[in-house]
Structure formats: C-alpha cells, structure tokens
Write a protein of this length. Structure first.
Lengths: 308, 308
C-alpha cells in the first residue's frame, strides 16, 4: 500500500515484475561498479576501502535503475547506459557521505550501518566523498558516447546536476533552512536540487546513452523532475511516520533538528496529496513512449509505494 | 637567490620578464575564472561567496601559468588553454579548502587570510570544495577540444590526476604518515600525488589544448613531474626556514604535527640538492622544444627561486 495514496499501481505496470527487474539491475550495477572502481587493496588502501564501504552499503540503486530503464524506453542497451548509471551512483554516494558529516546533518547511521566518518574518521570520509565525485567523471569520460550526445555533453549534464546551482546548492539551502521558518516554495527549491536534479540527470543520461531524440529527452526530463520531487516528499513523510528500525537510519531526525520538511510545513495529509499529484505528472510525462516505458512506470509506482 | 641553489637562472630564461608574464597570466586567469563561475549573488549566495572567497584569495596561479606556457610551447593559444587552466585552478583550490579542514591539516590561515572554514564554517567549506571540484569538470566539458584530444580525453586527464590514485590518494597517504616514521620513498610517493600530479596535469592540458604531438606530450609530462616534485620539496624547505609572516601561513606547522617532510627525513642540505636535481631534470625535459618553451623555463626557475 502506498504512503501517498490508496490507489493500486497503474494498469500498465501491473504485469511488470519490478522485484525481478530491480534484482537484475542491482546485480548488474554492483558488478559494473566493482569493475569500474580501483580495488580495495589499491594503494592507498584506506581510501578505496572507504569509497567501497559506502558504495556497497546496500543502496537501493534507484538512480542507476532509472538510468537503465530510461535507456530501454529509448530502445537503448544497458551496456551503453551502465557507465552513466554507475557515475550517477558515485555522485549520489559521495553526497550522502558528505551530508552525513558532523558539520552537516551529523548522522551516525545510514541504511542501518555506521556512516563513513564513524568507521573511517572525518578526514577520510571527506576524501572518500571527494574521490567518488571525481570517480564519477572518470567513468563518464570513458563511456561509449552516442552520436547526438558526445562526452562533453554527458560530462556537462552530470556536472550541472551536481554543482553549486543544483545538488550542492540544495544541500547549502537545506543547511541554511535548519531552525528557520521555511515557505513551501523554499522547500520545493531545496528538494528540486537535493533530489530531483540527480534523479532527473540519471533518467536523462539513460536517454542520452540511447541516442534519444530531443522530444524523448524532454519527456525524460519532465518525468525525472516529478519523480524526484515525489521521492523527496515521501522521504519527508517516512521520517515522520516510520521508526528508525524500519528506516535503517535515525527516524524523527528531521523534526529533532527542526529541518524543513513537507509534513512540517503543509501537514501530513497535504504532503501525501502532493506526492500523489507529482507522481501523476510523472506518469503523464511518459505518454510519448506509448507503453515502451514500462520499467520507468513501475519504478515510479514503486517510489510512491515504498515504506522505507 | 634560490632556496635550493646559488646558481643564477639559465641563460635562455634570463632575458624573459617573468614578472610581467605572471602579471599578464594572472590577470587573464582571474578574468576567466570570474566569467566561468556563477556570480557571488547567484542563489544560494553562500556557496558562491565561499567558492569565490578561496578562489580569489591571492593564489599565485602557478598551475594556470604552467598550462598557458605549455600551450605556447606547442604553438597553441591562451584562448584554447584558458578553460583548462581555470579547471585546474578550481581543483587546486578545492583541495586546499578540504586539506585545511580541522579533520585534516587544521589550518586557520592560508595566504595570510583566514581559511574557508574559519569564515564560512566547516559544512559550507566542505560544500564549497565539492562545488569547485564539480565546477572544474563543468568548465572542462565546455572547452574547445583539439582534434587529438577530445572532451573525453581532457576530462579523463583531469579526473585521473585528481582522483583516489593521485591527488586524493596523496592527501590520504599524507594524513596517514603524520606521527609515523616515513621513508624517503614513501615521502616521494606522497609528493608525487599531492603536487606533481596536478602540476603535471596542468602542463599536459596546455599541450593538449594546442593539439600537441605525442612526443611533445611526453616532454611536458616529464617536465611537469619534475617541476612538481621540486616545488613540493621547496615547500617543505620553506616551512622550516621561513617565518609565518613571510609565508602568509603558519610556519613550522609541519614540524609541530610531525608531518613527513624532506628536511625532516633527509636533512636541509640534501633537500636543497634534491630540489636542484629535480629542476635540472625539468629543464632537460624541455630540450625537444628547442627554445620555444621559454616561459616554461622561466616558470621552473621561478619555482626554485621563490622564498614563500
């Protein structure tokens, strides 16, 4: 049952075995990440152990899955999309390591495991994040680029989604909002940057790897934006409604540090409605694919139905 | 007079006005950085103020100068090399911001000014470093790539020099060496990564922007490596021999935290000799350019003659 709605999954995605799909994408992504990163024994071993600790800490690989599913929707292959899926996951993991630092969100647990700085110390955690961010570009620079989207375009896409005007900017705005009165518009600004930017980037990169048309890229952009926002609204809702054990991280943390969240600003019921509306818009964005975006639809449905 | 030797500058560089050259490169680089980075007022303003604070804190712009001079040696233009010069300076600045953090070298001053985290707080300092690292790739992705060196090659060059096996790896090894007995070989490993990697990258990128030949690239690689190592050995020497006021940062810091340095391991006189030998090798590497690398020669001479 969905956090945001009581509706069943849309008809098209109903016959789609998402669990099996996610098992396949996760296995393939983990294998690719293992191949693309320096071995844990590579000198200096500490940094590679630290990078791999967080990269293989049980992340749901939603961004890579979105990337691969977007490539499929555009008749592309997993092979071409995989390096970009891995690059985005490196960026996502780096952002979590740095966000968890004492100077930022100060989280001791992530996905039920001690955070990077609790295991390796703050200095190495900062550097592990730096190295994963850099690794993302090293991987992207070596992808098999499609005709319409050469390496310059691919790298620019990742850098813009991750930079001071998007991902990093969102974290800055989030830090500055703590303990402040925040409007719904400001909160949307934060969530667009902290979550939508990279989810949208993952989705767009999947299309790019498949040499998608401009119209397809617009549809994927629209889809990624709305799924990303919905995802974050639900994250806010879960922080209020679930226990730490269910979440695998410290629940109620947002409330404790007076962090701006949708439930805190517009209430729980209105938050659920917003999440549902965003998902409707995401589904609408997929119409141009005329049924070929079944994996993307199933993923969007899953993102609204998840309970942790 | 040189820190490492009592010899005058080599004959070729003698007629070259390095002060005027550095004034020109610095002005051009500062103007380009100002144009390439988001304005200080761009939302969220805090991150852009923090990025610009450290980027415009009076750095000597040696890496950009090496990049531009390398382009000249290969008959290239400043225009083509400038974005890459700026990208490298963004990487260098990010690495300083993160190295200065309390969890790493814990430095309160840099170039006579309070370090980024002293002004903006640790959280924003981490994010400002992240944003500058990302900005470097955003800039590189938009450079005018030469025929032999497309964007994928350029981005890969920067990512490898900055990643866990080079720049970040050097900082990790440096952190781990504190308070430990370090061999000269281990120290060289650290310095190759902390300094040579990015200086060499800057020099190579200059050649790449000029569509240099494979032989020219090899010469620039050899040059950058040796200049970089010499630069770091001299940095170690200056930390022992100069006052804080002369350096614009806390002198004797390396000794105080038992940091591995050349003077600590091989002594001051031997350190000076090593620096001089490395510079000789750097000059030798420039021979294939037959006098067209006058700016690179002058820069190498300057790096040995500097007293802060």
């Amino acid at each position: 049952m969905s956090v945001a709605t009581n509706r069943p999954a849309p008809a098209r995605a109903a016959g789609f075995d998402l669990d099996a799909y996610l098992a396949r994408t996760t296995t393939a992504v983990n294998r690719a990440l293992d191949r693309l990163l320096p071995k844990a024994t590579a000198r200096p071993a500490t940094i590679h152990k630290a990078m791999r600790y967080s990269l293989f800490a049980g992340g749901k690989r939603m961004r890579p899955a979105l990337c691969l599913a977007a490539a499929e929707a555009c008749d592309g292959s997993w092979g071409a999309a995989m390096p970009l899926a891995c690059a985005v996951e490196c960026i996502h993991t780096y952002s979590l390591i740095h966000d968890d630092l004492p100077a930022m969100d100060n989280d001791d647990f992530r996905r039920g495991k001690p955070t990077n700085h609790k295991v390796f110390g703050e200095g190495i955690a900062v550097l592990a994040g730096d190295a994963l961010l850099t690794q993302a570009f090293e991987i992207a620079a070596q992808c098999r680029a499609a005709v319409r989207y050469p390496h310059g375009t691919i790298v620019l896409e990742i850098a813009r989604a991750s930079g001071s005007l998007q991902l990093v900017g969102g974290q800055v705005a989030d830090l500055e909002a703590e303990g402040q009165t925040v409007s719904a518009a400001q909160l949307r600004y934060i969530h667009e940057r902290k979550t939508s930017a990279l989810l949208g980037c993952a989705t767009r990169l999947g299309g790019m790897s498949a040499n998608c048309t401009a119209a397809q890229l617009r549809a994927l952009t629209d889809f990624g934006y709305h799924v990303g926002l919905a995802f974050q609204v639900i994250d806010d809702i879960l922080d209020v409604t679930q226990t730490s054990a269910q979440l695998g991280k410290t629940a109620g943390k947002d409330v404790a540090v007076q962090k701006a969240t949708y439930p805190a600003i517009v209430g729980l019921e209105r938050s659920r409605k917003i999440a549902a509306q965003l998902t409707d818009k995401a589904f609408a964005a997929l119409k141009p694919f005329r049924g070929r975006a079944v994996a993307l639809e199933a993923l969007a449905t899953f993102l609204l139905q998840r309970d942790r």
